[in-house]
Ligand binder design. Structure first.
Ligand SMILES: Nc1ncnc2c1ncn2[C@@H]1O[C@H](COP(=O)(O)OP(=O)(O)OP(=O)(O)O)[C@@H](O)[C@H]1O
Length: 803
């Protein structure tokens, strides 16, 4: 039985398995189902695995997972169990003995097919996993990057917000502090107001009591005054009574005296009577009786007098008492008056205090109202600040987002700027290279011919033309024809300027060389020709007339203008000027400070003026004045100074004009901070001495020797130029000052331009021919780069035959 069941076809086994246990099937874990559901490939798919694995037989409909009604009929899926079942599947045969190979093969084929499908499915699944994994990884990286960016951004924003919140909190704190201070001030002010009100009430009470007391005192005073008045009246009455008593007393005294007088009279009469007593005894008894009655009367009078005296004493005591009372009352009145005055003063003070308290109170009330107003304002400010805070919070977020946008915009712009700068730098390098290549193609040594117009003092009429424009189109603009003794000789150069060519037109042709000097090359432009042929006119021109300014002023203008333009690209230039004159192997510094003529010559003699070349091929003349210049105006001033110095020198040395070489040197040092580039250019502008025919000069002796020497040095110039340009070892006239000075300008990358100036004067046609032959020889120099062919036919005789 066991073997039977083992040999059962997988279909039956699978079928029975699935139909037997629906829950198990539903719960069965699907390989990759979790992953597939999250990735792009993981769409909910309807499985048909069983039909494939189980040889095309579907499991019973109730054993299918929910939703697998067959919408994705083409997709095949396997579960782990399916795969395991497939792997552990063994060939089934209904009967061991009926084992049919064909059937077995079919089964095997079927199994292999299913296995292949399973393997394909697994591979596809694996591929999906890998791509999904990669996608997820990428997504994860992007998300992580984003997350870190967002985190950074958030941190920055948080920091900014924190700083703003701190600032606002500080503002709020200060405002709250101010508010509490104001509140404190306000409470203090209210307290002091209450205190002042209390004190005011107390003062008012005191004032009322004082007023009552004052009233009472005034009433007392009035009653006292009445008392005093009644006492005064009594005193008056008593005085009157006293006076009447005194009058009575005096009357009694007078009566007593009269009585005494009468008594005496009586006693006298008694004596008379006693005498008469005897006689009159009778009479005596009557008299005795009279005497007794008189005595009684006297006693009565004495008694009356004593009673009156006691009355007077008692009245006197009364008077004294009344006086004492009066004095007491008076002193009481005085005390009361002083008290009254005091009370009045006190009342005045109280009133003043009351006034001051009232004014203080008013002040305090106004301060209080001010403070209230301040508090109100502060509260308004606080509300406004809070509003502002809210607004600023809102605007801060807006600003922050704007700031972020701006930042990204700026960074973009910066990138673009950096790119542009890089492009500019590269473009500038390219421009330099191209410019140089163009100039090299044109020739590092070029020769321009310039024919000056007829002048009034030219010997022959203008109709006799010895110099003419060539007829061939090939030579147009670069050749001239010279007619001598009926023979026409043609000369071709890089450029030929006819008499009507303006200074500007000539300058346009050399302006590229000026740019080369700023690019860091050595440039040398010199004018060669017979005396009066227009060399000085070409180099210097007529500075007083702007149209006729020569190459030197125009060159300087361009140098300083270009320097300005290049400054925007980060270039900084330093310029140094020196000017010298060579006369018969003597160098004269044209920029030494002005001195008297004798001093100048002595000074000149003391100086060495040795010419030296350094490792970089730069020429230095010892003791020569070198001036820093910042503008073309400064150079113009120095040129004027040099011209002045030249004319002084000529007068001092009794020199004929035009017999010296004038050398103007401008050293250009440029540095670019942004690209860290450095350039050193030199611009030499030379007005050579004019060659002269000895037959015409009419000089003799030492002067003749000098002229011969100058002519010789000029005639040898072509040999020198040739040798230097070809970098030959042997340079003729090496020790000649002019040769030595020109040496660095004629080799390597240096650019040299020679003007051959010719005069159209028929009387000097021989000299013109000499100059042209010389120039043709220089023109024939080839330096490094191919030059167009010079028509050498007529330039065959290069040698100058001056003198
Ligand atoms: N292209 C020109 N247009 C007008 N005038 C000119 C021209 N060239 C020269 N001249 C005039 O010719 C005269 C002589 O010129 P210039 O002094 O420049 O000659 P030079 O070659 O320098 O002479 P030297 O060798 O004796 O110094 C001057 O008066 C000058 O103004």
């Amino acid at each position: 039985m066991a073997s039977k069941s083992q040999n059962k076809p997988p279909l039956v086994a699978s079928h029975s398995k699935f139909s037997g246990d629906e829950v198990t099937v539903k719960k069965r874990r699907r390989i990759g189902s979790t992953k597939l559901s999250s990735g792009p490939v993981a769409r909910p798919q309807t499985r048909q695995a069983f039909s494939v694995v189980n040889g095309g037989q579907d499991p019973p409909p109730n054993s299918r997972p929910p939703g697998s009604s067959g919408s994705d009929a083409g997709v095949i899926e396997f579960t782990k169990e399916d795969v395991e079942a497939l792997l552990s599947e063994k060939p089934a045969s209904k009967n061991k003995f009926n084992y049919n190979f064909k059937e077995k093969k079919e089964q095997m084929d079927d199994c292999i097919k299913r296995l292949k499908q399973c393997v394909r499915w697994l591979r596809q699944l694996e591929g999906n996993y890998v791509t999904e994994q990669e996608n997820l990884r990428n997504l994860l990286e992007v998300a992580e990057k984003k997350c870190s960016d967002v985190e950074l951004l958030m941190k920055e924003k948080e920091n900014e917000l924190n700083s703003i919140i701190i600032k606002l909190r500080q503002n709020l704190d200060t405002l709250q502090e101010k508010h509490t201070e104001v509140e404190l001030d306000k409470s203090e002010a209210l307290d002091s107001l209450a205190r002042e009100r209390e004190s005011k009430l107390a003062v008012e009470k005191v004032q009322a009591s004082l007023l009552e007391e004052l009233k009472r005192t005034q009433e007392d005073n009035a009653s006292n005054i009445q008392k005093i008045q009644s006492l005064n009246d009594m005193y008056k009455r008593l005085q009157e009574y006293n006076t009447s008593l005194q009058q009575y007393n005096s009357r009694l005294q007078s009566e007593l005296h009269e009585t005494k007088e009468t008594l005496k009279h009586v006693e006298k009469e008694k004596a008379a009577v006693v005498e008469n007593l005897s006689t009159l005894r009778g009479h005596y008894s009557s008299l005795q009786e009279q005497l007794a009655t008189s005595r009684d009367l006297q006693n009565e009078a004495i008694k009356q007098k004593e009673a009156l005296a006691s009355d007077v004493t008692s009245l006197r005591g009364d008077l004294l008492q009344i006086r004492d009372d009066r004095d007491r009352q008076l002193s009481q009145v005085q005390v009361l008056s002083t008290e009254l005055v005091k009370y009045q003063e006190c009342a005045g003070k109280s009133i003043a205090e009351l006034h001051s308290f009232t004014s203080k109170m008013n002040e305090l009330e106004s301060t209080c109202s001010c403070q209230m107003e301040q508090i109100r304002r502060l509260q308004e400010q606080l509300a406004f600040a809070e509003k502002k805070l809210k607004l600023s919070n809102m605007s801060a977020t807006e600003t922050r987002s704007e700031f972020e946008e701006q930042k990204t915009f700026i960074s973009e712009l910066e990138d673009r700027l950096a790119d542009a700068e890089l492009k500019i730098t590269e473009g500038e390098k390219l421009r330099k290279k191209l410019h140089n290549t163009i100039l090299e193609l044109k020739g590092n040594i070029r020769v321009f011919c310039r024919v000056r117009p007829f002048l009034s003092d030219d010997g022959v009429g203008t109709d006799t033309r010895v110099i003419s424009v060539p007829s061939s189109t090939e030579s147009m603009g670069r050749g001239i024809d010279v007619t001598q003794n009926g023979q026409k000789l043609s000369f071709n150069f890089d450029k030929a300027f006819m008499p009507d060519t303006s200074q500007q037109e000539v300058f346009v042709e050399i302006s590229q060389l000026v740019q080369s000097a700023l690019d860091g090359y050595k440039v040398c432009i010199f004018a060669y020709g017979q005396t009066g042929s227009g060399k000085t006119y070409t180099m210097m021109g007529k500075p007083e007339s702007p149209d006729q300014r020569g190459l030197i002023p125009r060159t300087l203008e361009q140098v300083f203008e270009t320097r300005q333009v290049l400054q925007a690209q980060g270039w900084k230039y330093e310029m140094q000027v020196s000017m010298l004159e060579i006369y018969n192997e003597t160098i004269r510094d044209l920029l030494t400070p002005n001195k008297s003529s004798s001093d100048a010559s002595r000074q000149e003699n003391g100086k060495q003026y040795n010419i030296k070349h350094d490792a970089n091929g730069n020429t230095h003349v010892s003791d020569l004045t070198v001036m820093d210049v910042r503008s073309s105006k400064e150079v113009s001033y120095l040129l004027d100074r040099a011209a002045q110095s030249r004319s002084i020198g000529k007068t001092q040395m009794n020199e004929q004009s035009s017999r010296s070489h004038f050398v103007f040197t401008l050293r250009i040092t440029g540095f670019n901070e942004s690209t860290d580039q450095q350039v050193q250019g030199v611009l030499n502008l030379i007005d050579l001495a004019g060659s002269e025919r000895l037959s015409k000069s009419g000089v003799t002796g030492d002067r003749l020797k000098e002229t011969q020497a100058i002519n010789k040095s000029l005639s040898s110039l072509s040999d020198v130029i040739f040798a230097l340009a070809k970098k030959e070892e042997h340079v003729p006239y090496r020790n000649s000052k002019l040769t030595y000075l020109l040496q660095p300008c004629l080799g390597g990358d240096s650019k040299t331009l020679m003007f051959v100036n010719v005069s159209p004067d028929p009387s000097s046609v021989g000299e013109s021919l000499c100059s042209l032959r010389f120039a043709a020889r220089v023109n024939a120099c080839e330096i490094g780069v191919p030059r167009r062919q010079t028509s050498l036919k007529s330039n065959s005789d290069f040698r100058l035959s001056i003198g």
